[in-house]
Design a protein around this ligand. Structure first.
Ligand SMILES: Cc1cc2nc3c(=O)[nH]c(=O)nc-3n(C[C@H](O)[C@H](O)[C@H](O)COP(=O)(O)O)c2cc1C
Length: 187
């Protein structure tokens, strides 16, 4: 894999877009971002930021209907694809092979090209349908990494909880970082 190939970050219309904002901030111009239409609505509701402000440091920002963009083709390299947060709708589409927007198409590319795909679902409780979709994808090697922060690092701020999840995503992307707390054993 070419080392300057981007990391793809897909943002969908689930709650928790702050996880994506923080990931994009850390990846900086190593990130190419794809926003669904519903993600744009949730970004507005949860952050009040414009999409430009939300992904200011990214190398490129694509809309979901831009199916001619680079990430739609397997010939265009990307290092890994994290969908954060990942809605139940996008999860279901990926699990059933529907590639009707740039997020789901790039996920289909990741699957067919055997590239790392990380999904960060945010839903509670989970229906049997969502659980089956996750199991199906996990068996294909997809990393299912729920937005479920741990509390053993004694978080003080919302940002600490966000960083806990983003740190796990960065670990799976293979990106060195110094955020979040790592368990070092009991005192
Ligand atoms: C404010 C808001 C919060 C939402 N939160 C979630 C959520 O946490 N998880 C989820 O799966 N869907 C959530 N949804 C519903 C999705 O936006 C909806 O299922 C949509 O079809 C997702 O489309 P997309 O995956 O193309 O972005 C939320 C919708 C809104 C408006």
């Amino acid at each position: 894999m070419v080392s300057d190939a981007p990391f793809l970050v897909g943002v969908t219309g689930a709650s928790g877009v702050e996880y994506a904002r923080r990931l994009i901030e850390i990846l900086g111009d190593r990130a190419e971002v794809i926003l669904t239409k519903d993600a744009q609505a949730v970004i507005e509701i949860e952050t009040g930021l414009s999409t430009k402000e939300f992904a200011a440091s990214a190398r490129a920002v694509y809309r979901e209907d831009d199916l001619a963009a680079g990430p739609a083709s397997g010939s265009r390299l990307f290092r890994a694809f994290a969908i954060i947060p990942c809605s139940g709708t996008t999860l279901a589409k990926i699990a059933t092979g529907i590639a009707d927007n740039l997020v789901t198409r790039a996920a289909a590319v990741a699957l067919k090209e055997n590239r790392k795909l990380i999904l960060v679902p945010r839903e509670a409780p989970l229906s049997a349908i969502a659980l089956e979709n996750m199991l199906k994808l996990a068996r294909l090697g997809v990393v299912i990494l729920p937005a479920s922060p741990g509390f053993y690092g004694q978080p003080k701020r919302i940002g600490d909880l966000v960083d806990f999840v983003v740190a796990r995503v960065l670990d799976h992307l293979g990106v060195e970082h110094a955020i979040g707390s790592r368990w070092t054993g009991p005192e």
